[in-house]
Design a protein around this ligand. Structure first.
Ligand code: ADP
Length: 164
C-alpha cells in the first residue's frame, strides 16, 4: 500500500458491531485504506476466539474495497510501522470513552512520535452500542439484529444456544 494513506483500526472486536462498521466507513472517507486489526492479546476474557472474530470481520468486509482484516500480537505502534500505515484510527462515543482513549493515544505517541491517532465520532445511532452491551443483550435472548451485522447476530445466537 505504498504512497497511500492507510490507517490501522485496532480493537478487540468481540464481536464487531455496527458502531465499529460505522467508524470504518467514515474512515474510508479520509484514508485510502483501512486495516481492521483484531488484537490477539487483549487482556479481556473474550467471548469469541480470535479465529471467530477474524472470520466475522472478514465476512463483513469481504466485498469492501480498501478494507483489510488482520490480527496483531505485538505493540500496536510496531504493527502500524510494520504495515507501512500512517495512523491509528479509534472511535469515540461519549465523554466516557475520552479519558481511556486519550491515555492510549498519548502512550502510543510516547512509544512512537511518528504515528498519529485519529478519532472519529460515531453516528448518533450507535452511540450506545458496545460489544459488551450487545453480548449482554444476546445472552438473555435479546434481538441484536439492529446493532450488529447479520453474521454477528447469528453467531451470537449460536454461542448462547438461542434457537428462535
Ligand atoms: P478495545 O478493546 O481496544 O477498546 P473495541 O473493540 O471495544 O476494542 O473498540 C475498538 C474501537 O472502536 C475503540 O476505539 C472504541 O472506542 C471504538 N468503538 C466501539 N464501539 C463503538 C461504537 N458504537 N461507535 C464508535 N466507535 C466504537
Amino acid at each position: 500500500m505504498k504512497n497511500r494513506k492507510v490507517a490501522v483500526y485496532p480493537g478487540s472486536f468481540d464481536p464487531i458491531t455496527n458502531g465499529h462498521c460505522d467508524i470504518v466507513s467514515r474512515g474510508l472517507r479520509l484514508f485510502d485504506g483501512i486495516i481492521v486489526a483484531v488484537a490477539r492479546n487483549g487482556s479481556k476474557n473474550p467471548l469469541f476466539t480470535i479465529e471467530e472474530r477474524l472470520e466475522m470481520a472478514g465476512e463483513i468486509f469481504k466485498d469492501v474495497p480498501n478494507v483489510e482484516v488482520d490480527s496483531f500480537d505485538e505493540l500496536l505502534v510496531d504493527y502500524v510501522v510494520k504495515r507501512g500505515a500512517h495512523a491509528i484510527l479509534r472511535g469515540l462515543r461519549a465523554v466516557s470513552d475520552f479519558e481511556y482513549e486519550f491515555q492510549l493515544a498519548l502512550m502510543n505517541r510516547k512509544l512512537n512520535r511518528n504515528v498519529q491517532t485519529v478519532f472519529l465520532m460515531t453516528g448518533l445511532r450507535w452511540i450506545f452500542i458496545s460489544s459488551s452491551i450487545v453480548k449482554e443483550a444476546a445472552q438473555f435472548g435479546g434481538d441484536t439484529r439492529s446493532m450488529v451485522p447479520e453474521i454477528v447476530s447469528e453467531r451470537l445466537r449460536e454461542k448462547f444456544g438461542i434457537t428462535s
